[in-house]
Design a protein. Structure first.
Lengths: 204, 95, 536
């Protein structure tokens, strides 16, 4: 009775996947809370939300949407490629996903810093003079895209960690649940953006 | 038994088609919202977003190929969120 | 069959030596049984602190005017009492202690699905507790908002709100981790032959609870995060001066915190459903009805949050909807009561301490539930909102429900957990003193609320004096009862007589293994062929 790690070694792919899905549900509802806040305030201040949304650049938003959709495809493909036992392609696809995520973040950085240099940030003097609806819109904009960006960073870290496992051959064609799970997480990030994009950039 | 779920390999081609569809809908929603459709703008954009998310869930997230159980769970969670939003709006709509 | 396992050569989980020594063998252990005990000890410490705070508040209320503390101290006391009791004890209580310990045992598994995550969730719990309690000791004074952190006061008050809110936020992760762990464990690790409808009722209760934990906690998480942002960055989600709606905060807060009430009570009902058939020596009446009502409570309980906000200024439509839904959720709870009582009908009952706890549970839970109906009715609620009546009601449910079930579970499973039996005489005396004190404490508060005494004030007018004296006396009696109970349990852990593997002649799987169980729980994974409460 000295093998104290024995219970931890028990492997259950299906169980790990259910666990990941449950975690994804909690993330969805985390954003769900913010979506409730958004929809209530949009309902109360339709005019102000309309005006404020025109401040955002649809082009940047569209580019970022395209980037995330493509990165979602590459990570999905990496799962197929590991099943085809193509380790090299898997790593390339995962690396591509991380690269696209980095581009997304750079875009986001320029977008945010542009807004901030125009004096639009929570608690700024310019914003305090604006209407209440606009204060709420930009408050929500920063909170929701900020929380989303945080999830991108976590997702990148997760994928990078799994990449290391692939390199070390610890993730292979018959044992890739963790790759699947990191993919699921990444799709979640995409899924949330699919709703954030029209709500902030399009509906003007 | 545990390996059964992994026998299905999604073809690269499928993913590319899905991506094209997603991109098409993205541009479509940009185009639709740039014309003034009045109150229908919001519903059009949200409808397209919902179709996009269903595609992502079914193909990218493999709900279509996994056991039904996952799909049922995901659908119930979305239904729950919808109910919660609906009940919250019972307050705001009639205040 | 059960007496053979006592001759076990493997060390039990208490004596087992692993990689680490001393206290590290506990705080780094991934064994679900040790983690359960870690939770138990942490909670007993926190519970004692919070109970003493409650006692001090009651002593303050023994006479009008300032008795032992001023208004601000009283405000911070009820805030800390609430935060500790709700977020640190009652919400995680039964799942984290008894769920961790007994879920794998009852479904015939060696551990939970993710043992490391399980340990992590205890560490997050300790971190959250430390952050929340740190609000007392530095900064601009202890928080004074009550445990609900209502906006806009929660970001206007000068007191030290950030650590309290952040602590509650962190605790959410612990709760979610436990929930995910239990759902996966129940789906994947039931012993061969244990179909869903052969699963005992405590695991069923944990299953519903875990779903609520997973689906409701994130909403309060993001709400608390918004309060943090509001305080630090002036974002204005709930600040009327910036266009925010404080009532929306209440909506979001109760979207979690009402289902949280069911996180508290469902496992309690699960425990009672275990204790009653064991001592009635009879199959539980209406097993399926209990399962269905458990799921129904979890589901409908998600949509009744608005009954905490009847006087907040919601629309009429919302008021009626929430009131109707509130009445609906009482039906499945009542079904359970009938099932338990029907199980006792014509049974040859073995009266032991855990059974007495279950009986007391039925008594106080009935009072709590029926007073809940009074509060669920719109017209009565407007009169009683924020009075001592509400305080009495939720203490009858939360303390009377979950608290009684917690101590009942402790007395029921104690021989299994520690391999020793407590002194039954002292346990019964403790229960008698506690039960008398409990009712003396809270029953007068129903009356006080009806004649108009508001909650959360350190002072009151002369008319309320009489019942308050009775109530404060009850508080002291109840605390003495608790002292007797806990002293008896602590003492018996070392000195009690050795317990056999199945002292109550229970039929569920945890009784088929040794007391205390070995590290691996079962020598061989059992194969289940019978229904869980097969006493025929």
């Amino acid at each position: 009775m000295s093998n104290y790690a024995h219970i931890d070694e028990h492997r259950d792919d299906e169980g790990a996947k259910i666990g990941m899905w449950l975690f994804i549900f909690t993330e969805l509802l985390l954003f769900g809370g913010l979506f409730i806040v958004y929809s209530v305030y949009r309902y109360i201040n339709p005019e102000a939300f309309h005006l404020a949304a025109e401040e955002l650049d649809t082009f940047t938003g569209t580019v970022n949407t395209v980037i995330l959709l493509v990165s979602s495809m590459t990570i999905a493909m990496s799962i197929s490629s590991i099943q085809y036992k193509n380790k090299k392609l898997t790593l390339i696809l995962m690396g591509l996903t991380i690269l696209l995520a980095a581009v997304f973040m750079v875009n986001k950085y320029f977008e945010w810093s542009g807004k901030i240099s125009h004096g639009i940030y929570p608690g700024s003097p310019t914003l305090m003079e604006a209407s209440q609806g606009e204060i709420l819109f930009f408050g929500l904009y920063y909170a929701m895209t900020g929380l989303h960006a945080l999830h991108i960073i976590i997702g990148v870290a997760f994928i990078a960690y799994v990449m290391r496992l692939v390199v070390k051959n610890e993730v292979q064609h018959d044992n890739f649940t963790i790759l699947e799970n990191s993919g699921l997480y990444w799709h979640l990030v995409d899924l949330i953006w699919i709703f954030l994009f029209p709500l902030f950039y399009l509906i003007t | 038994m545990e390996k059964e779920q992994h026998t299905h390999i999604v073809k690269y081609k499928t993913y590319i088609f899905v991506l094209i569809a997603l991109l098409f809908m993205t541009f479509a929603s940009v185009a639709i919202t740039s014309i003034n459709l009045g109150p229908y703008t919001v519903s059009a954009a949200l409808l397209l977003a919902s179709i996009k998310s269903i595609l992502v869930l079914l193909i990218f997230m493999h709900l279509k190929f996994d056991k039904k159980f996952y799909g049922i769970m995901a659908a119930s969670v979305f239904l729950l969120l919808a109910c919660v939003i609906f009940i919250t709006f019972l307050d705001y709509l009639y205040r | 069959m059960s007496d053979t396992v006592i001759q076990n050569h493997e060390p039990n989980y208490l004596e087992y030596k692993g990689r680490y020594k001393g206290i590290f063998a506990w705080i780094f252990s991934t064994d679900h049984k040790r983690i359960g005990l870690l939770y138990l000890y942490s909670m007993l410490v926190l519970f004692s602190v919070a109970a003493i705070l409650g006692l001090l508040m009651k002593i303050e209320l023994i006479a009008p005017g300032k008795t032992i503390m001023d208004a601000q101290t009283y405000n911070s006391f009820f805030t800390l009492h609430g935060i500790t009791m709700i977020f640190l004890i009652v919400v995680p209580g039964l799942p984290a202690v008894f769920g961790n310990f007994f879920l794998p045992l009852m479904i015939g598994a060696k551990d939970v699905a993710f043992p490391k995550l399980n340990l992590l969730s205890w560490w997050i719990y300790i971190l959250g507790a430390a952050v929340a309690l740190s609000s007392q000791f530095f900064g601009d004074g202890p928080p004074d908002t009550g445990w609900t952190f209502y906006a806009p006061y929660s970001f206007r008050t000068g007191t030290n709100m950030l650590p309290a809110v952040t602590g509650a936020f962190i605790l959410g992760f612990s709760s979610i981790a436990t929930g995910i762990n239990f759902i996966v464990t129940i789906h994947r690790m039931r012993a061969p032959g244990m179909t869903w409808m052969k699963m005992p009722l405590f695991p069923w209760a944990l299953y519903s609870t875990s779903w609520i934990q997973v689906l409701a906690t994130p909403i309060v998480g993001v709400t608390l995060l918004m309060i943090v942002l509001e305080r630090t960055m002036q974002i204005g989600f709930f600040d009327p001066a910036l266009g925010g709606d404080p009532i929306l905060y209440q909506h979001l807060f109760w979207i979690y915190s009402h289902p949280a009430v069911y996180i508290m009570i469902l496992p309690a009902m699960g425990v009672i459903s275990e204790i009653i058939p064991t001592f009635a020596r009879k199959t539980i009446f209406g097993y399926k009805a209990i399962v269905v009502s458990t799921l129904a409570i979890a589901f409908v309980g998600y949509f009744v949050w608005g009954h905490h906000m009847f006087t907040s200024g919601m629309s009429g439509t919302a008021l009626y909807t929430f009131s109707i839904l509130t009445f609906l959720v009482a039906i499945p709870s009542a079904i359970k009561i009938f099932n338990w009582v029907a199980t006792l009908h014509k049974a040859s009952i073995d009266i032991q301490t855990p059974f007495l706890w279950a009986l007391c549970f039925l008594f106080v839970f009935m009072i709590g539930g029926l007073s809940g109906m009074v509060l669920g009715a719109l017209s009565a609620n407007v009169h009683l909102h924020d009075t001592a009546f509400v305080v009495a009601h939720f203490h009858f449910i939360v303390f009377g429900g979950t608290g009684y079930a917690f101590f009942g579970a402790l007395h029921y499973w104690y021989p299994k957990m520690f391999g020793r039996m407590y002194d039954k005489g002292w346990a019964n005396i403790g229960l008698a003193v506690f039960f008398t004190g409990f009712n003396t404490l809270y029953l007068p508060m129903f009356y006080l609320g009806m004649i108009g005494m508001p909650r959360r004030y350190y002072d009151y007018v002369e008319e309320f004096h009489g019942p308050n004296i009775v109530s404060s006396f009850g508080a002291m009696l109840m605390i003495s009862g608790l002292v007797i109970i806990i002293t008896n349990l602590v003492r018996s852990a070392r000195k009690g007589e050795i317990a056999e593997a199945d002292p109550w002649k229970g039929k569920t799987l945890e009784w088929t293994t040794a007391s205390p169980p070995t590290l691996e729980n079962f020598d061989e994974i059992p194969i289940v062929t019978k229904l869980p409460y097969d006493y025929e």
